[in-house]
Design a protein around this ligand. Sequence first.
Ligand code: T3D
Length: 268
Amino acid sequence: MSAAREPTVIASAAGAVTTVTMNRPASLNSMTATMAAELLAALDRAAADRSVRCVVLTGAGRGFCAGQDLAELSAGPQPPDLGALLAASYRPLVARIRSMPVPLVAAVNGVAAGAGASLALACDIVVAAESASFIQAFARIGLIPDAGGTWLLPRLVGRARACGLAMLGDPLGAGEAERIGLIWRCASDDEFDGDVAALAARLASMPTAAMVAIRESLDATAALDLLAAFDVEAEWQSRLGAAHDHREGVTAFVEKRTPRFFDRTLGN
Ligand code: T3D
């Protein structure tokens, strides 16, 4: 009888927060086909569970995710079609991340390299431990940033820094990543877990549908001019303005009390 395989992804719940942990610590949580499938399934489950109001994505051990598992990539008799791998593995993952019905925090506990960095940067809010780093490792193996990296990097830090990071592939420490706007916040190693838990609990108490609308409207207006952005804003504000959470927020302000938000999607 064969021994049970260790799950490559572990999900745990604390109140309304689900933490999804990539779990291949011996290889710094590098991404195999199995881990990509288990990660997608875990995110799908969190998305479908209406008691979940915030998801935290993190890594087990000393790494967040070292990108594509290069051992698996080189194991076959023929070199794999990397474009096909990207479409089959990373595209559904990043699409899932960007369409979660709740805010998603990347808790970057250690190195985030290659596609691992792209996964973190696709999340809504990225918090990294001071000892963590981001490495655009692709060029070191003759590739371009992928898993959304070509789109995300210049939008986060501008073209000059995107080019420098991608072409040189040097590790960027979490403090510097915060300074240049690649991530939201660098937390001291001692405070990292507590800061992530407090942030996730805070996001879980916020008006969830508005959190998701913020993500979607920022993405939708990215390629528009200023006045065209008004149309996107108007559409969202009409929907959000008719929802419980907006009325509750205004009433709580007038009554000088803490609001109790419960919309997760609009129309409920
Ligand atoms: O579809 C497509 O388009 C293809 C996909 C491409 C997307 C990509 O992600 S390309 C980029 C792939 N990732 C990398 O090139 C990073 C490779 N890793 C490293 O450069 C280093 O490991 C790190 C800088 C991330 C960390 O260095 P360090 O010194 O802290 O740790 P280490 O000793 O190098 O790694 C620890 C173990 O993890 C080690 O195993 P061992 O020797 O203890 O048995 C190492 O081999 C393993 N590991 C780290 N990264 C990977 C990995 N194993 C497989 N694949 C990895 N990516």
